[in-house]
Every structure is written in C-alpha cells, then in structure tokens.
Write a protein that binds this ligand. Structure first.
Ligand code: SAM
Length: 235
C-alpha cells in the first residue's frame, strides 16, 4: 500500500480521518507505524497529500492530514477486455488501476466461459475492492469506470462505435496484423482477447469497425501479462 486511500466515511472532520479494517492492519503489521509517523494519503476521487498518525490502537487509526496534490495523469486509453477467469480478473483489475486506466469494458466473446459472468468477483463492491488495491499500489485516487457488456454483437454494432469515437482502435491478436506500435501518444481503445483468444469472426468484426490488428511477436502471453506489456509499449 503506497497510498492510504480515504473513503468518504473515514473522514470525520476537516483534515481528520479514522481508518479501520484492512488498511489499519496494513499500517500496523506491514508499515509498523507508530503515533507521530507520517503516511501518504489520498481522498478517493480527490487530492493526495500527507497524514500524521495521532492515534493507533487495535481498532482504529486516527489521522490528521492535508491534501494538495493532484493524482497522476490517466492513461488516454479504454481497455476492452474479454472477461477473463475470476482469478485473473482480480489481478488484471489491480494492474489496470495501478497503470492509470480509467475506463475498462469487460465484454463477452465466444471463448469466454459463460459461468465467468456469474462470478461474485463481478459484483460492484468486489470490483471496487480490486480497483482500490490497484490505486493504492500506483498512488492514484481516481476510481476507473467499469462497464459490463455481456453480448458481443450488439455491443460492437451499437455501442462500440460511439465509445471508440476519435480514438485509435487496436485489437491485440497474436496472429496476422502489424507489429504493435510504440509510444503512440494519442487516445486509444485496446481490445484484448480471452484465454483461448478471439475467434476469426470477432477479429473481422472489430477490423470492420476500424480496429487495427496488432501483435507482440510469437510469444503468447497470458492476459495478465499481455495487459501491462501492451500498455507500457503503447504509452
Ligand atoms: N491461443 C490464443 C490465441 O492465439 O489468440 C492465445 C490467447 S492469449 C492467452 C490472450 C490474449 O492476450 C490474446 O487474445 C491477445 O489479445 C493477447 N495476447 C497474448 N499474446 C499476444 C501476442 N503475442 N500478440 C498479441 N496479443 C497477444
């Protein structure tokens, strides 16, 4: 936890907060902080700054803090991710939030297992928890927006054209296409396939809607690896 994120309910007065639960345990057990120590903090969806520990006991961490610093700039990218299996989804949410992605679309594709859509990890509070962990890691306060698209065809035909307007459109696919560009310096939407990959029909539809098919060479990366590799290469 490189930033202690303060939720609205933690804030008990101007520049005062009381934190409990996971963040309290982390400050006690991992940081091994004591009263008088300082911590880096941020208000969720707000500014970042520094806090001083006023009180620390088994049940509460009381902080006095001041926030003046903006969170780091977002990556100008929308990530369109075929829904991965729950274990990978958790890690991928964290990585996306850590790297500064602010819009994530989880979409269905032919090779996404139907049962994944029933996962408890897709509940809003579970998604939020993973995103917060990612923000704390990356020292950012701004929660990404997550959109669930459970049907590929109507999404691609009806909503994707609006969502991807004025963006460079890229679909990562190991077969065919061009080498993935580097440091593109322009807003983009990036589609990443499921564990079994996109089927040809899906790639064709995306290309029809203006997506460029790009590859990262002959090594096939897991989704959780492909995401940071693609983002670091593009931005
Ligand atoms: N056998 C699948 C295939 O051939 O598409 C592999 C899928 S891979 C585990 C999951 C996703 O990560 C892919 O659909 C793609 O979006 C991305 N990916 C992984 N390795 C890649 C590579 N070398 N080039 C481009 N995209 C890659």
């Amino acid at each position: 936890m490189n930033l202690l994120l303060l939720e609205p309910e933690d804030i008990v007065g101007p520049g005062r907060a009381i934190v409990r639960g996971r963040r309290l345990s982390h400050v006690q057990d991992v940081h091994k902080s004591e009263p008088g120590d300082t911590l880096r903090v941020g208000e969720l969806n707000g500014l970042m700054g520094e806090a001083r520990i006023i009180r620390l006991d088994k049940s509460e961490l009381e902080l006095e803090y001041a926030v003046t610093q903006e969170s780091p700039p977002a990556l100008p990218v929308t990530v369109l991710l075929a829904l991965p299996r729950p274990k990978m989804l958790k890690r991928t949410f964290q990585a996306l939030a850590t790297m500064g992605v602010k819009r994530i679309v989880l979409m269905n594709t032919f090779r996404v297992e139907k049962s994944f859509w029933q996962s408890p990890w897709l509940r809003p509070e579970a998604i939020r928890e993973q995103l917060v962990l990612g923000l704390e890691q990356g020292r950012d306060t701004v929660l990404p927006e997550v959109i669930l698209e459970k049907r590929f065809k109507p999404f691609v035909e009806d909503r994707l054209p609006v969502l991807s307007q004025n963006m460079r459109k890229l679909v990562a696919h190991p077969v065919g296409g061009e080498e993935c560009p580097r440091a593109i310096n322009e807003p983009a939407i990036l589609a990443i396939g499921p564990e079994g990959g996109f089927i040809p029909y899906e790639v064709e539809r995306l290309v029809e809607y203006g997506f460029e098919c790009v590859h990262l060479g002959s090594r096939i990366l897991r989704v959780e690896t492909a995401v940071p590799v693609l983002l670091s290469r593009l931005f």
